[in-house]
Design a protein around this ligand. Structure first.
Ligand code: PGA
Length: 246
C-alpha cells in the first residue's frame, strides 16, 4: 500500500508574515493523514524548518543545483538543502524547463545530486498542449522519465515522480481523472520495468488540483497524491486537499 503524499509548491510566492500564518494553520490542523510537505523559496527554507520542526510536516526546495559545489553563482547545492533539513527537492518543474532551459539531462543531474545527499527528488514530467494534441503525450513523458532512470540506475526507485501536464498548470484546466490515470499507469509500468519497484513508488498528479477535484483524482489507482501550486497558498484549501488524500 503506497502512502499518499501531498506537496505544496509555493513557487515565487510568500512573505514572512504570510508564511508564518500559513504554516501555523497547517501545523494546527494536523493530523490529517498521509505525508505532507511544502516546497518553499530558498530564502524561506530555514524559517520553515524552524516552524515545522517537531511536527510531522516536511519541507523542501523547488530546485537544486546539479553541481556539488563551486563557482556557480546563484545556485544552491543539495548539501546546503540537506543542512536545512530538506526532505524533498522538486526537479524539472515545467516552469524550470520552459523559462530556464532545463534539459532532460540537467534534470537527471539534479535528481542525482539530491539523492546523493539523502534528499528525495520529485521529478516532474508532463506534456504541453501542442504535444498532447499531436498525440505525443506518452512519448514525451516516457522520454523525460527515462533520462532520469538511466542516470540514477539502481537508485531510480528512490525518486518520487510528479505528472504535471503543462496545459493544466495554473490554468484552472485539470486533467480528467481518467486522463491523469492513464498517464500514471504508463509511468508506473515504465518504473516497474526499469527498477522492479514501480509498485511501491509514488506518482503525484499536479495541475490545477483544488479542494473540489482532489478526491476524485486521488481515488485513481495510480495517483498517489498531488503537487499543488496555487491552492497550496491558502491554508483551508491545502488542508482540504490533504484530507482528500486520505
Ligand atoms: P497549480 O500548479 O496547482 O497552480 O496548477 C501546480 C504546479 O505547478 O506544481
Amino acid at each position: 500500500m503506497r502512502r499518499k503524499l501531498v506537496v505544496g509548491n509555493w513557487k515565487m510566492h510568500g512573505s514572512r508574515p504570510a508564511n508564518a500564518e500559513l504554516l501555523a494553520a497547517l501545523v494546527a490542523a494536523r493530523p490529517y493523514g498521509g505525508d505532507v510537505a511544502v516546497c518553499v523559496p530558498f530564502v524561506y527554507i530555514q524559517e520553515t524548518a524552524a516552524t515545522l520542526a517537531g511536527s510531522d510536516l516536511r519541507w523542501g526546495a523547488q530546485d537544486v543545483s546539479a553541481h556539488e559545489q563551486g563557482a556557480y553563482t546563484g545556485e544552491v547545492s543539495a548539501a546546503m538543502l540537506a543542512e536545512c533539513g530538506c526532505r524533498y527537492a522538486l526537479v524539472g518543474h515545467s516552469e524550470r524547463r520552459a523559462y530556464h532551459g532545463e534539459s532532460d539531462a540537467l534534470v537527471a543531474g539534479k535528481a542525482q545530486a539530491a539523492l546523493a545527499r539523502g534528499i528525495t527528488p520529485i521529478v516532474c514530467v508532463g506534456e504541453t498542449l501542442e504535444q498532447r494534441d499531436a498525440g505525443e503525450t506518452e512519448a514525451v513523458v516516457k522520454r523525460q522519465l527515462s533520462v532520469v532512470i538511466h542516470q540514477l540506475a539502481h537508485c531510480a526507485s528512490e525518486i518520487v515522480v510528479a505528472y504535471e501536464p503543462v496545459w493544466a498548470i495554473g490554468t484552472g484546466r485539470t486533467a480528467t481523472p481518467e486522463q491523469a490515470q492513464s498517464v500514471h499507469a504508463l509511468l508506473r509500468a515504465q518504473l516497474q520495468a526499469a527498477t522492479g519497484h514501480g509498485e511501491r513508488m509514488r506518482i503525484l498528479y499536479g495541475g490545477s488540483v483544488k479542494a473540489d477535484n482532489a478526491a476524485t483524482l486521488f481515488a485513481q489507482p495510480d495517483i498517489d497524491g498531488g503537487l499543488i501550486g496555487g491552492a497550496s497558498l491558502k491554508a483551508a484549501d491545502f488542508i482540504a486537499i490533504c484530507r482528500a488524500a486520505n
